[in-house]
Design a protein around this ligand. Structure first.
Ligand SMILES: [Zn+2]
Length: 315
């Protein structure tokens, strides 16, 4: 695999705003690779409900400008789907909003801080970031109401441990619309090293039961439920690969080196396989789902699989 890590972010498509249902918008940053997340918002009667922010100050400011192009109403509520910086770094710019997330999201935003992941992403122009964790937390479920008539139900449902320990989705049953956070990557490699492989598979089963027709994934284009088949197939591949390599006495890095990605090879960020195998190994050792792993070792193995180059982050 050869990756050109030149900072050619200008070659990326401009982020787009898509009205996925009346008054509900997806903010899509392609190509959805490391740090290029999706966000969104729901227009309400007297304020806006925002779903996630972006990795850098500049990207979040561009997102907020896109919201202002649709409505002059203030953002009153900000939902964080999980703690990762590409979904939370810009929280502090949504001034005055109540920030809602899982209780472990708040904890992990605070314990991770703003710098922890940066060595994996050299060269990103972060701007003047300030830490702003969720201010309202919950454990299993919280319902919010918004929409033009003020009665549109937004169900926040805990789905972790899956992509991380603290994933929630925003499900709008009346619109059959799902903001999935990073439980779903569309045309990108799922990344579960900080969560759980088996938990992610269980989350896919639960997501299917919701019956979404439209999905705003955490990364990649807006899609339908068929994407879940791909996610499930990949996670099963990770488990199968891990089991045979584990039984053969190989470590996660060698398992990743020897694996044949097959139909998953075209997805971006394929080096995530190394991290995903670390997590699968933890589960094969019988450790609790979502247990803390050595993220430095995981990052190093992903860089090795990536030909010794930093991962492709154009944020
Ligand atoms: Zn994430």
């Amino acid at each position: 695999m050869s990756i050109d890590h030149a900072r050619n972010a200008d070659q990326l498509p401009t982020p787009t705003l898509e009205e996925v249902s009346p008054g509900i918008y997806a903010y899509v940053q392609l190509d959805g690779s490391w740090g290029l997340n999706n966000a969104g918002f729901i227009r309400g009667q007297d304020g806006v409900t925002v779903v996630d922010t972006c990795f850098t100050e500049a990207r979040t400011r561009a997102f907020l400008k896109a919201i202002a192009g649709v409505t002059s109403l203030p953002a009153r509520t900000l939902i964080n789907t999980h703690h990762h910086g590409d979904h939370t770094h810009g929280n502090y710019l949504v001034s005055g909003a109540a920030i809602v997330g899982h209780e472990l999201c708040r904890q992990t935003v605070i314990s991770t801080g703003l710098q922890a992941l940066h060595p994996l992403f050299p060269g990103v122009e972060w701007g003047d970031l300030e830490l702003a964790p969720p201010t309202i937390t919950f454990k299993d479920r919280l319902d919010l109401y918004s929409g033009d008539a003020g009665d549109l139900k937004i169900e926040l449902i805990f789905m972790g441990p899956a992509h991380t320990t603290n994933d929630i989705v925003a499900w709008l049953p009346e619109r059959k619309l799902l903001f999935s956070g990073d439980l779903i990557f569309n045309q990108g490699t799922p990344f579960v090293a900080m969560g759980s492989v088996s938990g992610s598979l269980e989350a896919v089963t639960r997501l299917r039961e919701l019956g979404a027709e439209t999905i705003v994934p955490g990364h990649g284009s807006v899609c339908g439920p068929a994407v879940m088949d791909d996610i499930e197939a990949y996670l099963t591949f990770v488990q199968t690969t891990a089991k045979s390599a584990f039984d053969a006495g190989l470590g996660p890095l060698d398992a990743a080196r020897e694996a044949d990605l097959g139909r998953f090879a075209p997805w971006h960020d394929s080096e995530r396989l190394a991290g995903n195998l670390h997590r699968a190994y933890s589960e094969l050792r019988g450790e609790p789902l979502g247990t803390d792993l050595d993220l430095g070792a995981i990052a190093a193995d992903m860089v090795t699989i990536n030909g010794g180059q930093p991962v492709r982050c154009l944020a």
